[in-house]
Structures are given as structure tokens and as C-alpha cells.
Design a protein around this ligand. Structure first.
Ligand code: BTN
Length: 242
């Protein structure tokens, strides 16, 4: 699962995830290829949202993993590996971050990075995966967004390419450290780095607000929350943090 043998830098593209998806359709991409764009004019976020970011100031990139061969029921292990790679990258830069379930990266209570994973499935297996990452690096203002950047945290201006290369090293290290079968060890590490883990906080579901405590995640990616002595299971679209 090594990435970074080939790095493609584009001046401008709709979305680096879409760019890779097109190459996959044409069968013209090798596993591990990383595509980075200085500007995305139609960047995609989770839950059908947009990912907008100042051109040239932040990292917007995706990479392709072929032959993943992971069952859909265990798909969360990939999310966990990517999240842990981002945490390790930030640690190298002296920034302490946490993972907000499922895969947002937060510094204190502000978002510094987001991940969008799009899997290609075949007979209940993840055949290949396009993993897109938006990391706020040098942007100084985020009007109307609860967001931060590396610059705002430590007042250092970073080269985007250096940060990308450092991420590639972190991913390759973490991916070789844990095989995709090491699900319980990966989960243990993920929970150690999970934002608001084991804390009593407010959530909202279709029935309204409630307080609960995150105590586990399932291999599918669902989150387990203890509410008034009962355990509840939620999927991404079923719950919001308040
Ligand atoms: C989110 O937190 O909502 C996920 C954001 C993912 C954004 C990245 S930027 C590079 C890649 N290309 C996209 O269109 N989206 C991802």
C-alpha cells in the first residue's frame, strides 16, 4: 500500500478525486499515484458538501489505492489509517490534533483537515479507493468557518510540497506498521486520538438533542454512544455533534 511513487501536480482542476476517478475509468493510473492541485474549482466534501479553499494556500490532493481487497463491512480501517497518518504528520510539525469522528482533523475545536474517501466496490469488496485530503496550511482567514490552518497555529509558512512529502512518509510508515488485518490495534490507536472520546457531550439526531458519551466505533464506521445507560449506534448521516 505504498503511495507517492508518482506525484502529479495540476495548476487547476475541478476536484482531484474526480481527476483520479477519470483515470481509473480509463485504466490509466497506477496504485499509489498522488494528485495535487494548486486550485480546485469544484472541490467535494463529505455528505455532498463543497470543499472551498484559497487557491495556492492549502493542500488539496488525492491518492489512489488499487487492490485494496477489504470487505465493505471492514471499510473503516482505511479511514482510520488515513486519519492516523494525518495525526502523525501534524505531530512532526509540533501540532497536537485529534480526529473528530469519522475523519475530520481538529486542533482544539477547529477543523484543520478533512478527508473524502470514495471506494470502487465489486461483490461486497472494496476493490480500489480514491482518498482525497484537504489540509489547511497557509490560509490566514476562514470567514464564516470554524476552521484553522497550520499557519494560524504556529505562525510558520510551510511549503505545500514539503508537507505533502511528509504526509506521504507518514502514510507509508503507518500503513506498513499496521496491516489492514490489524483491525483491533488500529482501532485502539484511533480511539486514543479521538476528539471528545469518553466525554459527556451534546449530540443531535432526528429525535432532537441529547447528551451522550462516545465509547467505541465499529468496523463499518458506525459510532457507539452511551445515552442514559443504553448503547446507541449511529451512521454518519444519522447524527450531528453540537
Ligand atoms: C470534508 O471534510 O468534507 C472532506 C473534504 C475533502 C476535501 C478534499 S480536497 C482534495 C480532494 N478533492 C476533493 O474534491 N475533495 C478532497
Amino acid at each position: 500500500m505504498k503511495i507517492g511513487n508518482k506525484i502529479v501536480r495540476l495548476a487547476s482542476v475541478d476536484s482531484t478525486n474526480n481527476y483520479i476517478a477519470n483515470l481509473v475509468k480509463e485504466r490509466e493510473i497506477a496504485s499509489g499515484t498522488v494528485v495535487l492541485a494548486d486550485e480546485q474549482f469544484s472541490g467535494k466534501g463529505q455528505r455532498g458538501s463543497e470543499w472551498t479553499t484559497n487557491a495556492g494556500e492549502n493542500l488539496t490532493f488525492s491518492f489512489f489505492l488499487d487492490n485494496v481487497n477489504l470487505s465493505v463491512e471492514n471499510q473503516f480501517v482505511l479511514t482510520q489509517l488515513v486519519s492516523l497518518s494525518l495525526i502523525e504528520l501534524l505531530e512532526k510539525l509540533d501540532v497536537k490534533a485529534k480526529i473528530k469522528w469519522p475523519n475530520d482533523i481538529y486542533i482544539d475545536s477547529k477543523k484543520v483537515a478533512g478527508v473524502l474517501i470514495e471506494n470502487q466496490l465489486s461483490f461486497g469488496q472494496i476493490k480500489s479507493s480514491i482518498i482525497g485530503i484537504g489540509l489547511n496550511v497557509n490560509q490566514k482567514e476562514f470567514e464564516g468557518f470554524n476552521a484553522t490552518s497550520l499557519f494560524l497555529e504556529n505562525e510558520v509558512h510551510h511549503s505545500l510540497m514539503d508537507i505533502l512529502l511528509s504526509f506521504i512518509d507518514s502514510f507509508n510508515k503507518i500503513a506498513s506498521q499496521y496491516s489492514l488485518n490489524a483491525t483491533s490495534r488500529i482501532k485502539e490507536e484511533y480511539l486514543k486520538n479521538l476528539y471528545l472520546f469518553e466525554q459527556e457531550v451534546f449530540f443531535e439526531d432526528d429525535n432532537g438533542r441529547f447528551t451522550g458519551r462516545i465509547f467505541d466505533v465499529l468496523p463499518s464506521g458506525k459510532i457507539l454512544i452511551a445515552v442514559n445507560g443504553f448503547d446507541r449506534e449511529y451512521d454518519l448521516k444519522e447524527i450531528r455533534f453540537l
